[in-house]
Design a protein around this ligand. Sequence first.
Ligand code: CTP
Length: 439
Amino acid sequence: MKNDKKVVITYGTFDLFHKGHYNILKRAKDLGDYLIVGVTGENYDMERGKLSVRDSLAKRIENVSETGFADKIIVEEYLGQKIQDILQYHVDVLVVGSDWTGKFDHMRKYCEVVYLERTKDISSTQLRETAGDILSLGIVTDDILDDDMVLESKYVSGVHVEAAYSDNAELIAEFTEKFELDQGYTDYDAFLDKVDIVYVKCRKEKKYGLIKKALERDKIVMSSPITGRNEEEVTTLYQIAAEEKKMLIECVPTFYLQAFLQLLWNAKGNLIGDLLYIENEIRLGSLTGIRKEDLPAHLYFSILIAMKIIGADADFRLNRIEREGGDTFALLTGQNESGIYISKISDSKKASAGLTIRGTKGTIHVPDDWWNIGYFELHDAEQDTVKRYSCNFDGNGLRYVLVSVLDRVKMQHYTDLRLLKEESVGAIKEIERIMKDEK
Ligand code: CTP
């Protein structure tokens, strides 16, 4: 039943609590008798693409509470919750900052909407950027079109792309200008002096030497997958990276996606019973066929997925067919005590490109483009039910790898837990064996 108190509600992340937050809470409270503050939950922020929130939810709630203005604090967990809160708490006024003017007018059906002027010259974003712990990132490239890290890093605060390196002077001049970077280098040592994190995305022949040197100079190294190298070299790189305060991350974005972690947990946590088989299709964008020299890169991803789901001790085999003018097709199979793995790698646009994990009690299914997983379904055969999981996925996934790297640096915990050395080295070893049989 509605009481006579005038109820006001307002929402925010309230990260790195500042004067602007204090002011809006104070003014919101002045508009009524009872103030409810909705603080955004961690998953909700991730889903909205707010990837760089520094304070934990507990800390942000504590800061709001300490102002003494909030009579009740709730957590905002999902899009659409506001309407439900307004009805449930019999809210009279919704207060929103002036940065959202007009955007909440549709809520006038439910209560009064008041936009309050923001406090000038302060925001959480600004504070995060002036906190003095921005890491500088440098890109090692040999392709003028390699814009993925430049674009993706814009969504992550705490890092800034400053420099680029290539041994090709003309290319690096063009690259630096195109992406408005501070400086381009052809001298690798001078480049390393300038940056904290190195992102190596160049031809496989040069990768080993460049990564090794950067690690030896105590840089954090992110690299596109280190395929096309032999087991010994990859082992050496990971050995150097295991030394104190060094870090090597192979960027396989799938492993950094919330939905993928959730899927692994469901598959291995006996929610679909004992595993029977895993089937997936990796569809390549091009129609040029799978060139033999590119095969290791595709196999690497596929084998890593198998290792994550059925374990590292599977015995893999490859079958391949090439038809002139037709589809090129490779079939990788693997088996161990945990189950059977079947992975189709094809360049056909017709391929369905899904992932299915079948167990004795149910099935997990990820639809098209499953490697960018943001959604999956779990069919429970015994109960005859379907559960759906969904998380946001934006860009090409690199931003999620970068967030994880920055978190590790912040916590001074330099081991990457998403792709283990044993998995990486194990997959390279399998590929070496498979490719030898191919000859
Ligand atoms: N707010 C304000 N004045 C500021 C900053 C924020 O009035 N200078 C208000 C916002 O309009 C919002 C509430 O405080 O109603 C919570 O905002 P939040 O998004 O958490 O803070 P920001 O500093 O804007 O955060 P960010 O920079 O991450 O967007």
